[in-house]
Ligand binder design. Structure first.
Ligand code: NAD
Ligand code: NAD
Lengths: 206, 206
């Protein structure tokens, strides 16, 4: 099993390589790729070693080749459709975020249970009633969902997502979801991030 | 140096322990604390071992004692003031989020450069002009900031934050900030999270 941290770093390498390609660089060293990232060249080589050998020591890495390789590993070489559950303050901001398209993610449908919101269009997407989720998910063949409902309804909405065939949930609600092995949950907990920030910022060089 | 992942897990243990304390449990086992978290009891014991010995093998952990200990390590035993730079779609959602208070974080000031927004009140906070940041930061004695400005202004605004004495930045802009050693930056990159989700959700049990 490949560690989650390795996959997150691959995504950062992909972002760096895309920038280097915009600067018309064709062959780069590992330190050019990991510049500005808190990553050593050793860690970079170790991360890539999980996926076969790339680049030649002393010669460097071909930017276009490495981009293509990473896009395939990360599955962003083709469009990924996602659905959004909960179109509140955070959900609306996520719906309007153009950055997801940079990595081939497109929110194709959004669901809520607030009668005032259902039927309205936001960013070109009609807000659907949560009861219509199964029908819409199977029509679009979606496997991924963003969960942005309040903490008290997160577990029940997440169970509905799994029933509809969703296999990956990006969870913003500050609760630990208890779901079957059939689904992978990634939590984005901003409270946890701020605590980590507090801890490490107190230890920087003064 | 303690790994970032360990500190994130401590924050998750604290959240679990608070729930257990609400259920009036006074002594718990490590597996009760790590239940619903993708963490083994071994990992839990290893994480705690960085901070001295806690709990007795076979007897378990005192919930109130462990909560107090973790709150002190994570620095959430006293109020942490934070400022917000960028009050757009995401910044507004963060400003309205009550969850930060659960861990003693309070947004005390918000800054923007849009003349239409400056002077308006949102969630009880007056949006200030970014040029007044130094004065407000030193008045409140703030060390932490959330950065929610567009990617193209993130580097320059981050540099201003460091000049004002900010020592920790939670960065939502999808760029690698190049800052002095005096500041700790934690990136929340939702594109990276979605890529990791794509990778792992394709490998769950089918
Ligand atoms: N706002 C933030 O910056 C922020 C930050 C971190 C975490 N969160 C978390 O993200 C989640 C959303 O936060 P928010 O600020 O957007 O809240 P919000 O109350 O503004 O939005 C929640 C939305 O979910 C809908 N909803 C409620 N129950 C539902 C159900 N059973 N089925 C479908 N839709 C339902 C509501 O109608 C509403 O539109 C919360 O769990 C919150 O804790 C928010
Ligand atoms: N919206 C999302 O869900 C989302 C998700 C992931 C990442 N992000 C990132 O978060 C950041 C904010 O996103 P958003 O959707 O809220 O954008 P937005 O355009 O709605 O908000 C940006 C705000 O920053 C202000 N601003 C611009 N330049 C500034 C400067 N120099 N000084 C002070 N304020 C300045 C603008 O006036 C605006 O209010 C972006 O970098 C974006 O890539 C957003």
């Amino acid at each position: 099993r490949i560690p989650q941290e390795t996959i997150r770093r691959l995504a950062l390498y992909l972002r760096s390589l895309r920038k280097l390609s915009q600067q018309n660089l064709t062959i780069v060293s590992s330190s050019q790729i990991t510049n500005h990232l808190n990553v050593t060249s050793d860690q970079f080589r170790k991360d890539l070693s999980y996926f076969g050998s790339l680049g030649k020591p002393g010669v460097g890495y071909r930017v276009d080749e490495l981009i293509e390789h990473l896009e395939k590993i990360l599955g962003v070489d083709s469009e990924r459709r996602i659905i959004l559950a909960g179109v509140g303050k955070l959900g609306s901001a996520l719906l309007a975020y153009p950055g997801f398209l940079n990595f081939n993610f497109r929110i194709v449908a959004a669901f809520d249970n607030d009668p005032v919101k259902i039927g309205k269009k936001r960013e070109g997407i009609r807000i659907e009633d949560i009861s219509r989720m199964r029908e819409v998910v199977s029509r679009f063949g979606v496997r991924l969902a963003i969960l942005a409902v309040p903490a008290e309804s997160a577990q029940s909405v997440a169970e509905k997502l799994v029933e509809c065939g969703i296999r990956g949930i990006l969870n913003f609600a500050p609760v630990n979801l208890d779901l079957s092995q059939k689904v992978y949950v990634l939590d984005v907990d901003m409270g946890t991030e701020l605590m980590a920030l507090t801890y490490f910022s107190r230890r920087v060089l003064l």
